[in-house]
Structure formats: structure tokens, C-alpha cells
Design a protein around this ligand. Sequence first.
Ligand code: A2P
Length: 339
Amino acid sequence: SSYKVAMVGATGAVGETVLAILAERDFPVSELVPLASERSAGGKVSFAGRDITVQLLDTYDFEGVDIAFFSAGGSVSREYAPRAAAAGAVVIDNTSEFRYQDDIPLVISEVNPHAIAQYTSRGIIANPNCSTMQMLVALAPIHRAVQIERINVATYQSVSGAGRSGMEELGRETAALLNFQSVEPGKKFPAQIAFNVIPQIDDFQPNGYTKEEMKLVWETRKILEDESIQVNPTAVRVPVFYGHSEAVHIETSEKITAEQARELLRQAPGVVLVDERKPGGYPTPVGEAAGADGVFVGRVREDISHDRGLDLWIVSDNIRKGAALNAVQIAELLIEDYL
Ligand code: A2P
């Protein structure tokens, strides 16, 4: 059979990639409905070689839609996702709006696909944050083998995580500076992003961490179904267009050697090990990750400061596995096992 699919936020960075991946993977779509705000309604997006007219979300009736992807921001999901679910669609939501609610499954296709079964309670499945996604695709097999007690992680996150306008801001600032012009404060980032790094993503929380950092804590515990796992994150925006990187330091309850970890990672679904101890023998956003599906892991080594410590470098395309690809993989599991 085939399915009527709606894409809320079809003109955005994630939305357009969802459409591309649905076509690439031959997802059985009987009808595709691209949705956006009045800014884009009436325009066209391309899907599977055809131009399709974007419709206005405000007035759209979800009756008859089987699967609705949402990637238009938290406030749009808050209002419209429950309406779509009430009309009978299964919602796959890319925002953080529902992720921390107990009766909403939060799913990484390679890590906890069984959690999808819970979708029946609200008709909504949440797609994790991009930084959590790539970290856990790599760490879940290690956690299962030797139980991770603590994760120290610093992220190096690309501007596409802030949407199309984030990429435009980096481009505009870079062009201005290369032309010896001054840079106006941008709207998307709290400081100049061109030729800079910014240790703040999302809002500050009362404990001094940012919300982006706390997402790594909350989502790791929920997805691994382990409330005891300790996570200490620093999330940093860097002037890269596509692909997040992470320096990850774990402490395990049983010792694991670098070679044992490499062997687990070689077999881990979704992981590509790029780990040669020579110049270029590790993944980078531009070199491996951008435009690719994998979670790339390198720099695997035993921590010289801790006898049950292991260090890894994890890179993935935040728009693909970090968002659009995992959403489509959830939809594939959904139609295979549940719809
Ligand atoms: P629009 O083109 O109408 O602004 P990005 O994350 O790349 O910034 O993209 C955000 C996506 O969410 C875009 O497709 C945008 O559509 C859509 N969007 C934002 N606000 C709304 C809204 N109030 N109603 C519907 N779609 C929205």
C-alpha cells in the first residue's frame, strides 16, 4: 500500500531534505502535501522530479493524511501536531515540543525502535535532537556491552542546525568580512558566527547549562532507558554549514579497550568507523559527513587520565541523520510494523 504524507515546514532546511530522502528511499507516497506559512504558500517545492504547490498550514485539514512530518518550530508543533493526530495522522515531530513527555516515544531507528509502539497513546512520535542522535547511534552499542556511567561531551555544531536563516547569516557575515565591511549583529546567533565560535546554543537554564546542553542529558536518559547515566555537555556553535562534530569522553563500568570499542563500532548499524592514526585518518564535517547518511566515528582511544575512560570523535550530517533521515526511518518502521 502507499500513504498520504504531509510535510509541515516543507520549505525549510529539514523539510526539503525529508522530501529528498523520501524520494531517494522510494518511500511509498500516494500523495505528498507540502505545508508552510503564508510566506511560502502558493509557491512550489520539488518532490520526486515534480513541482508541488505549497499549501497554507493554518487552513489545512489533515483528514485522510496517514503520516505528517513536522519541522516548523516548537510553537507550530504545539498547536498543529495534536490537531493532525486527532484527524488520524501519525505525527513524526522534529521539534523539542513533545520529546520529554512520558507518553511520547523518542526514537532513534538504530537504538530504540521498539519505543515506536507507544505512538498509539497520542499519535505523536518525537525525533531526537541532532546532537543526541549522532552521539547515541555510536554510544548505544558500547553502553550495551560495558555500561556507560558518565558522558563528557563538547559539541561543535554547524549553522544549518539553526535553519536556513542560520546558514544565510554565516554566508552574509563571511562575505561582508572578506570585503572589508563591518558585520551587523545578526538575528540568529548571539554573537558573530563567521570566523568565530559561540559557546551558547538555545536559552540558558537556571543551572547555568543551555537548553541545547540539557537536551543531551534528558534525551540520552530517555532513549537509553537509563536514568542513572550522567551526562556533562558543552554545546558550541561553529562556522560550519553542514555536520555536527562531538568530542566525547565516556567512563564505563567495565573497562573497554580501544580495539574492542572499534570492533563494536564496525558492527554498529548506522556507524562508519574512520579511524587511522595518521593525518586525515578521521572524519570531518566537510570530508565525510555533509550530505551522507552515516554517523562517522574516529579518534577512538583509551583515556590516559582514567582507567575506565574512552575517547571518541563523532561527526554526522545534522540535517540528515540528525533530523530528516531519522524521521523517514521512523516512518519506514511505522509502515513496516504498525500501519
Ligand atoms: P515558510 O517558508 O513559510 O517560512 P527553517 O528551519 O529552515 O528556518 O525552516 C522553517 C520551516 O517552517 C519553513 O518551511 C517555514 O515556512 C515553516 N514555518 C515557520 N513558521 C511557520 C508557521 N507559522 N506555519 C507554517 N509553517 C511555518
